[in-house]
Design a protein around this ligand. Structure first.
Ligand code: UTP
Length: 279
């Protein structure tokens, strides 16, 4: 790792998935661009990364995802139309995002799973620790430190990979990567085992990984060696297990709320929550 890079400054957004649960909406629009109120899911994610002190956004896209690049760019026509009018304030937030950080993109050619999508991001990340946000997991901490900001602070102390976890009802274990381990501090678990989407009877605990990670860059070599697992996909959980076996992964019970916006129920819940917040 380059010596001058002491902390996390890059955030990877795997955003190449098909979003089949939101068809037909996601036929021509990326799932990550679906809005909760007026803001696309991916912009919430980028704002969270900025709030954690990160300034380099790396996005893994796929075919049909060009709207993402256009969103994080200036629209001269729009600027020209509404500059100086009463509507200009609608652009304030996105202008701030665009000027606070840089964006780079790479494509995942074949959708071989989340682990594979993260490996595709290697070219944008290089040899340094980095954050991963799955924008369809929308997080909010009621004005306190964002979930990623909490994790970056923890990275400063532990300098190892970190996964955000939350307690789930046991019957939902087959939707998540589930961890087991030893609590080393309140809310912090040294991970000893991880299973991708176990049936409730096989789940090692009720602690499920959500879409926030900090990864050390050795993960790329590990993913390269990782065989397809559950569902025939290259799973990040399987790669993380190799790090965990060496004691190099902690799980963090984050403070805040998480909405699974990859599902219709979670998306509606998030919409209601944010609507009530701004009303
Ligand atoms: P999901 O499984 O939730 O997303 O992957 P999906 O496949 O787009 O959704 P459904 O199940 O078809 O409705 C979690 C995250 O990982 C990314 C997705 O874009 C999403 O942000 N992902 C997943 C990739 O980038 N590439 C993949 O090969 C798989």
């Amino acid at each position: 790792m380059p010596k001058d890079i002491k902390t996390v400054r890059k955030c990877l957004f795997p955003a190449a998935g098909y979003g089949t649960r939101f068809l037909p909406a996601t036929k021509a629009i990326p799932k990550e661009m679906l809005p909760v109120l007026t803001k696309p899911l991916l912009q919430y994610g980028v704002e969270e990364a900025i709030s954690a002190g990160l300034d380099t956004m790396a996005i893994v896209t796929g075919r049909g995802k060009r709207a993402i690049e256009d969103h994080f760019d200036i629209s001269y026509e729009l600027e020209h139309q509404i500059k100086g009018t009463s509507k200009e304030h609608y652009l304030t937030e996105i202008r701030k995002v665009i000027t606070s950080c840089t964006f780079s993109y790479t494509r995942q050619i074949e959708m071989k799973g989340l682990g594979h999508a993260i490996l595709c991001g290697e070219t944008l990340i290089g040899n340094e620790p980095f954050a991963v946000i799955l924008a369809d997991d929308l997080c909010d901490n009621e004005g306190g430190d964002s979930v990623l900001a909490q994790m970056v602070a923890l990275y400063e102390k532990y300098k190892c990979s970190i996964v955000a976890v939350e307690e789930i009802p046991m019957q939902d274990s087959n939707k998540y990567g589930v961890i087991a381990g030893e609590e080393i501090e309140k809310g912090i678990v040294r991970v000893t085992d991880m299973v991708e989407k176990p049936e409730p009877a096989d789940a090692p605990s009720n602690l499920a990984i959500i879409g926030r990670y900090i990864l050390t860059p050795d993960i790329f070599d590990i993913i390269r060696e990782t065989k397809p697992g559950k569902g025939g996909e290259i799973q990040i959980t399987d790669a993380l297990l190799a790090q965990a076996k060496k004691g190099n992964v902690i799980a963090y019970k984050f403070k805040g709320k998480r909405f699974d916006c990859g599902s219709v129920d979670g998306f509606v819940e998030a919409t209601n929550y944010f609507y009530n917040k701004v009303k």
